[in-house]
Each structure stands twice: as C-alpha cells, then as structure tokens.
Design a protein around this ligand. Structure first.
Ligand code: CA
Length: 221
C-alpha cells in the first residue's frame, strides 16, 4: 500500500513516516502543497494523508485541485484545528475522512484501514485462495488451516497479490507498494520475497509471468 504523506511539520512527519512504515506502508513524504500535486501526477499513490496547514497552498486547495482530476483517490485530512467548520469544508471538498491533531497513532491506523478496505475489490476482511487465507484486519495468514508467520514485506506482497488475484502485477508496481522513496531496494528484492512465499505456500501458488511480473489465479484448489 503506497501512501503519500503531505505534512510540513518535519518532526511529526518523520515520526508518522516511521510508524507507518513499521505497519507495512510504503510512505513517500512531501512538505508542500505544490510538491504533493506534483507527486500525485508523477505516480498516483493508494492513499493520501494531507495536512491542512501547509506553507504554500493549504490542504483544502490541494484537495480541490486533486478532486478536479481524480474523484476516487482516498484522502485523509489532518489538521491542528479541531473546528467543526474545517471538518465540514474538508468533507465538502471531497476528503474521505478527517483527523484532528493531536491524534493517537492507533486512531490513524484504524482510519487508514477503513480507507484501505474501501479500496480493495474484496469487501470482506478475509480473502481465501486455494488453501491460503489472509485476514486483512487481523493481518493473519493461514495455510491449510495453520497460522503462518510472515515477515512484514512478505505479508504486504501476498496481500497485494491476493487482492488482485487474476490480474498480473508487474514488478515495479509491487516494488512501489513495498518500498518508500529513497529506501534501499536491491534489484531483485521482489523476487527474493516471492521466493520466500513460494517456500511457504508451494511453487505453484504464485505464477511467474515472464518478463512482466506475477499473478495469482483466483480459482485454485
Ligand atoms: Ca502544518
């Protein structure tokens, strides 16, 4: 899940970034409204966390510009001002949700999970393909009914593939979902995670589409 964090308060941005990355998000951070608009144009993230008080153009104006071309990109607004007016203006401008500072990290994670669920084509928290069952709320994975421990990136990769079963996921797409800008990524990082997943779920579970990427068949027994 790739998240664009738009926040000019650098200490806050860096602690948010760390906490979100630990939870498995790939986080890209910008500190101004204009750089946010540019970042979305270059590469559309899955979710935007947008501070209202920004140094160049405020978050509401950024949101309106985003909405002019993109009605569906999920946007969670952050603001220091806990006023009803801001909330109404924010939601009227097309925000999907709203969080007033200061907030607990757990509250932010909970709101993001709701947005994520809305994004997913799968509407229940449980996705089952063949003998593999993944619960996106509890973040648990079972194989033949046995719970398996997965490394964070392995879990995120498996989740991306399962949520998009039947579709080919390219290597760059998967890489973007797993890693943040500037994060050291070896050229075969995705392959290595796939290799580990195959050790756990067998070689046939994830198909390699040569020269393109990977795919899970939705109908597996
Ligand atoms: Ca701010």
């Amino acid at each position: 899940m790739q998240l664009l964090l738009v926040e000019d308060d650098l200490p806050l941005a860096s602690s948010l970034r760390q906490a979100l990355q630990k939870t498995g998000y790939a986080v890209n951070h910008v500190g101004t409204g204009n750089s946010a608009l540019h970042a979305v144009k270059v590469e559309r993230p899955d979710i935007v966390v947008l501070d209202i008080g920004l140094p160049d153009i405020d978050g509401i104006a950024v949101l309106k510009k985003l909405r002019a071309t993109d009605k569906t990109l999920p946007v969670l607004l952050l603001t220091a001002r806990d006023s009803v007016d801001d909330k109404v203006v924010g939601l009227d401008s097309g925000a999907d949700d709203y969080l007033a500072k200061p907030f607990e990290m757990t509250e932010l994670f909970a709101r993001l999970r709701v947005l994520e669920r809305r994004l997913s084509t799968v509407k229940t928290s449980e996705i089952t393909i063949g003998q593999v069952c993944l619960d996106t709320v509890d973040q648990r994975v079972t194989f033949h009914g046995q719970e398996l421990e997965l490394a964070r990136k392995e879990y995120m990769l498996l989740k991306s593939l399962m949520e998009n079963a039947g579709r080919v996921m390219t290597r760059p797409t998967l890489e973007n979902r797993l890693y943040s800008w500037g994060e050291e990524v070896s050229s075969n990082a995705v392959e290595v995670h796939i290799h580990h997943l195959r050790k756990k779920f067998g070689n046939d579970f994830i198909k390699t589409i040569r020269g393109v990427g990977y795919k899970l068949d939705a109908a597996q027994v």
